[in-house]
Design a protein around this ligand. Sequence first.
Ligand SMILES: [Zn+2]
Ligand SMILES: [Zn+2]
Length: 337
Amino acid sequence: MVFIMRAARYYAPRDIRIENVEMKPPEGNEVQVRIKGAGICGSDLHNYRKGMFMDRVPIITGHEFVGIVEQTGPLVKGLKPGDHVVADSRVYCGKCEDCKQGRYNLCAGLGFLGEVCEGAFAEFAVLSESQFFKLPLDLPLEKAVLLEPFAVSLHLLRSVKVEAGSHLGIVGAGPIGLLALLAARELFKCRVSIVEPSMVRREKALQLGAETAVEPTDRELEKYFSSIPLVIEAVGRSAAFNTALKLAAKGGTVVLAGLFEDAYRGDINLITEKELTIKGVNGFTNSNIYEAIKLIHGGHVDPSGVIFKRVGLEDINEAFNLMDNPEISDGKVIVEP
Ligand SMILES: [Zn+2]
Ligand SMILES: [Zn+2]
């Protein structure tokens, strides 16, 4: 027996419609989760602007969400109604060599919820049990809603060597840059310098513990050139990557986290001349999720400051426009269906 729910379906760039959608109740190893909060991610914005990763349309978009188990299929073992969960946004094959080694984020067939199957911006999700991580019941879902992007920011830092108390550069103070700032402060007591064009985002970064926050065009930035051992690029644009290459000290490392919508243009010779290491990172690992739960649940990191606004499902288009306008939004917009 199907049920009807409200959902935001993506049809084309800048065309997301709120509709009644028919869903099948959970079968086999599936779980039906009532979605309590779903964040808009940078890759959702890539889809909103250009449909970059969309596998098929129409589709319920979104992949970062938390919720409460409503019903389970007969073969579900580890979850029961009332349990709190965060979705594993990755959809992987489980059979390839990388999956067998637990490197699901490198699966040859990797896709994401809301791109290859129905996703997060809806009243419910019905997905296999393996698509969820169980949460402690006393971890507020309003904080847990940032677990997935926080795990991404932990992956950035755990993929490279970070010296305690060292100087860290972050280019881009969007949600991933801000969460990386919180993680670097907590885990490594880093002194963090932010480069960010939006004034509201620079102010937010300073509030959240950045030592300095500078505009990319500011002459002041030059004094940091070739001085920072580790720089994170959290934007995905040529100009931002070029800034990161300039900031990095000789022999330093640049972590590339942003996905580019356009072809790269810039002075790649800086990598050779300064003997830089470029480290790409993709998504997160299971251990990043477990560490994210531990840090937030234990009160070591409170990611709530990275939330700009919470809106209802009916306002999803406003939510996307806000996220797409960094002069106004200084953090993540959460959709609460
Ligand atoms: Zn995401
Ligand atoms: Zn695989």
